[in-house]
Design a protein around this ligand. Structure first.
Ligand code: ADP
Ligand code: SF4
Ligand code: MG
Length: 259
């Protein structure tokens, strides 16, 4: 099982990228679990036909010890297993603590043994790289980290912070940084600006995703681009990202090798 955390500033395109990545991996025959770690709780919405699923924190609050896995894990489009960690009530409690409570509940209920995912992808808000939001990197949950950014300075600033957090934990054997995913905003010299930032962070741009109105058209259908426009260059780009990240053999059943 390969567990990857995709970080980035709010609104940068993490959930869009992650949902399409999950859909692309599922199409290759992998069992994929996508876990939204953003209090916004909309990571998986384009995999569930636009319907919000209950978050782990909401279910724990309501059902406590009576919580069952089927209350937390929902099968979305293409068979992607969808989970939303959720967040505390606004103004009260720690969002990061919420993430860890959700992870602990999934572990307690043995989600990995029951669903046997080949790939777990965490979609994590990276505006504040506090102890709370660093949980997926810190506690051995993720093996590797990718950062979604555009050429906008605020998203590059967030990328720098996330990379610094990964580095500070990396020496203790936690997750390592795979690189940046450039999700283009259409800024002048965008590729060069992000390449320069990648050098400063001592990493690489793994993949570049073009800005494409098909993303909004797919969203209007409550679908991923992979599902709505499977033959489009944008869908092929997400599939190429899946190949770069996982290098998985296309198998009908369980995938053999993921790197
Ligand atoms: P995040 O999860 O980082 O908060 P989202 O994935 O929700 O961000 O994306 C924010 C908005 O940006 C969405 O409305 C989505 O349609 C748009 N978006 C993301 N990536 C692209 C892209 N490559 N082309 C066009 N629109 C995009
Ligand atoms: Fe907020 Fe992060 Fe502090 Fe939790 S750890 S209270 S999420 S700043
Ligand atoms: Mg999101």
């Amino acid at each position: 099982m390969e567990r990857i955390a995709i970080y980035g500033k709010g609104g940068i395109g993490k959930s869009t990228t992650v949902s399409n990545l999950s859909a692309a991996l599922a199409q290759k025959g992998l069992t994929v679990m996508q876990i939204g770690c953003d209090p916004k709780s909309d990571s998986t919405i384009n995999l569930t036909g636009g319907k919000r699923i209950p978050t782990v924190l909401e279910v724990i609050r309501d059902k406590d010890k009576a919580t069952r896995l089927s209350d937390l894990v929902f099968t979305g489009s293409g068979g992607v297993l969808c989970v939303e960690a959720g967040g505390p009530k606004p103004g009260i409690g720690c969002a990061g603590r919420g993430i860890i409570a959700a992870f602990e509940k999934l572990a307690e209920l043995k989600a990995d043994d029951v669903y046997k995912p080949d790939v777990v992808i965490y979609d994590v808000l990276g505006d504040v790289v506090c102890g709370g939001f660093a949980m997926p990197i810190r506690n051995g949950y993720a093996d590797s980290v990718c950062i979604v950014t555009s050429g906008e300075s605020m998203s590059l600033y967030a990328a720098d912070n996330i990379a610094a957090a990964v580095r500070s934990f990396g020496s203790r054997g936690y997750a390592s940084l795979k690189g940046l995913i450039l999700n283009k905003k259409g800024i002048v010299n965008e590729a060069a600006i992000v390449a320069q930032s990648a050098r400063e962070i001592d990493t690489a741009i793994l993949h570049t995703i073009e800005r494409d109105p098909l993303v909004q058209q797919a969203e209007a259908l409550h679908q991923t681009v992979i599902e709505a426009f499977p033959e489009s260059p944008q869908a092929r780009s997400y599939a190429a990202l899946a190949d770069k990240l996982f290098n998985c053999e296309k198998t009908a059943g369980r995938a053999a090798a993921c790197v």
